[in-house]
Design a protein around this ligand. Structure first.
Ligand code: ZN
Length: 518
């Protein structure tokens, strides 16, 4: 009885001890958890602060790179340009143009030969035009004289064998804005699948902190953006904090990852959209796979004209009939080049009336035009309706294009064709050039049809005629391929405007309009 009573008390004591221990253990665990929570929070916070204060870059995650060999085979299916280091590495350029009394747009977009990607890129091009038209509809309804312009070009990149990136470079002038507005839109795809990619699909670890850190570095390297520590600064810095919503537009090239920011996001609007590239070696540790692995890209053969008989400098016979070929609205990749091929093949010249703001994208084409002996002439800087402008601005339309041409080919334009052929007294007074219009209109922009274009020329032209065409359409390039040998066979000489002036013994006069030269 006694012993069992002690045993009972011991058991009771033991039970009491166990309960106390259990409570103490629980409390310790809870305290440990609280401490751990704050430690983690502090570490995360200090990481973030570190990124912002730039005392050190966020650390890349452990490498888990997958080889991207499996994609190699698919490359055969795509259309590549021969210049894989250039800014149009993949795709053939197509152009959409719209030329209405109130709007003018020229939009270049790529076609690469994979439906899922091509449909997205085409839809974006259509979307840009639709948005442009919607935004301007209101102005145009209010003022029938309103003019708006849209110019879009793209850059495309392929990395190794895995990512294709497309960047639409958008410039537009709305009726109420004096200078062009710039915008950028990007599309990125995994070539293996055609699926689009976003940052979270290709980057891992603390990549947002890293992008924020690199952007801070970039902004700090550009002190002209805004004064640091000002109220203004706050407006921009919040737009590159380590948040997914701040990083949307990018492209990947063999050089690395390029980030794009819309005007007014991380720098004042007047700087346009800004972009900078994080070198491939720096971003690679944050990438889910290695897109920079070098792979030899297949080069799509671009059809060359058959062996051309090296043409001697053409001697124009003034006693025989001649017609002047003139092309407006270019230069344009593809179609303009094809027209030059045809002219070169037959050893003849034409006159190209260029839109100044399209020259930068197509420098090589303009150089070639000049080297072939064609007239490089002016169609204003941005295809403005000149009659809406003050005389000073009209002169600027010519001088801007001329300064680009002088840098590129060492010569200014010697002739102009005013956009839409408008030639009011005001325009002519402000134009220190002969104004070359036309008397044969192919209406190639309307029909976009080779047969219809040929029908308006073959059998219809006479000696001294000036023929109007647009070198931005493939249908026009098609027609020119047939038209040139046909006219030559019929006894016509195909000449540039300057050759026609010379052969006819006519001295071109500034501010005078020419429809033909006889
Ligand atoms: Zn035009």
């Amino acid at each position: 009885m006694y012993a069992s009573s002690i045993n009972y008390r011991r058991r009771k004591m033991k039970k009491k001890n166990t309960t106390t221990k259990y409570i103490i253990r629980t409390v310790i665990i809870i305290i440990a958890l609280i401490i751990a929570y704050f430690l983690i929070k502090m570490i995360k916070y200090s990481d973030f602060m570190q990124a912002l204060n730039q005392t050190g870059a966020p650390m890349p995650p452990e490498a888990t790179k997958q080889p991207s060999d499996k994609y190699s085979a698919i490359l055969d299916n795509f259309t590549f340009n021969d210049d894989t280091t250039g800014t149009k590495a993949i795709g053939q350029t197509q152009t959409i143009t719209e030329d209405t009394p109130n709007t003018y747009c020229a939009v270049n977009y790529p076609v690469i030969g994979m439906d899922s990607i091509d449909s997205v890129l085409k839809a974006e091009a259509d979307n840009i035009i639709a948005q442009f038209n919607t935004e301007n509809a209101e102005y145009i309804a209010d003022s029938p004289e309103a003019r708006a312009y849209l110019n879009v070009d793209y850059q495309s990149y392929v990395t190794g064998d895995s990512i294709a990136s497309f960047v639409y470079d958008i410039q537009y002038t709305s009726p109420d804005s004096k200078s062009p507005v710039q915008e950028v839109r990007t599309h990125n795809f995994l070539l293996a699948t055609g699926n689009d990619i976003t940052f979270d699909k290709i980057l891992m670890g603390d990549y947002l902190e890293y992008l924020s850190y690199k952007t801070t570095e970039y902004v700090n390297a550009n002190p002209e953006f805004y004064k640091k520590d000002s109220d203004e600064a706050e407006k921009y810095t919040k737009n590159y904090s380590a948040s997914a919503r701040n990083f949307k537009d990018f492209s990947v090239s063999m050089n690395g990852l390029t980030l794009y920011f819309m005007p007014g996001r991380i720098a004042p609007k007047k700087f346009g959209y800004v972009s900078f590239t994080i070198p491939s070696k720096d971003i690679l540790p944050f990438m889910v796979f290695d897109p920079f692995k070098k792979v030899k890209l297949p080069v799509t053969e671009i059809a060359q004209p058959e062996e051309a008989v090296q043409p001697a400098a053409p001697t124009i016979d003034p006693s025989k009939p001649m017609v002047a070929f003139t092309f407006d609205d270019g230069p344009n990749k593809g179609s303009t080049e094809r027209i030059l091929n045809t002219l070169e093949k037959h050893g003849v010249h034409a006159t190209f009336f260029l839109v100044g703001n399209r020259i930068d994208y197509n420098k090589d084409i303009v150089k070639r035009m000049h080297e072939l002996g064609c007239d490089v002439a002016s169609h204003s800087f941005d295809h403005a309706q000149l009659n809406d402008l003050k005389k000073k601005k009209i002169k600027q339309e010519y001088s801007r294009t001329n300064s680009i041409l002088k840098n590129l080919i060492g010569d200014k334009a010697h002739f102009v064709r005013t956009p839409y052929g408008t030639h009011t007294d005001k325009i002519l007074e402000a134009t220190d050039y002969p104004v070359i219009l036309w008397n044969v209109d192919t209406e190639d922009w309307k029909s976009r049809n080779k047969k219809k274009i040929l029908k308006r020329v073959i059998g219809k032209v006479n000696d001294g005629d000036i023929i109007l065409m647009h070198d931005i359409y493939d249908s026009t390039a098609d027609a020119v391929e047939t038209m040139v040998p046909k006219l030559i066979k019929q006894g016509y000489q195909i000449v540039s405007v300057s050759e026609m002036f010379e052969a006819k013994g006519v001295e071109p006069k500034n501010g005078t309009v020419y429809y033909n030269i006889r």
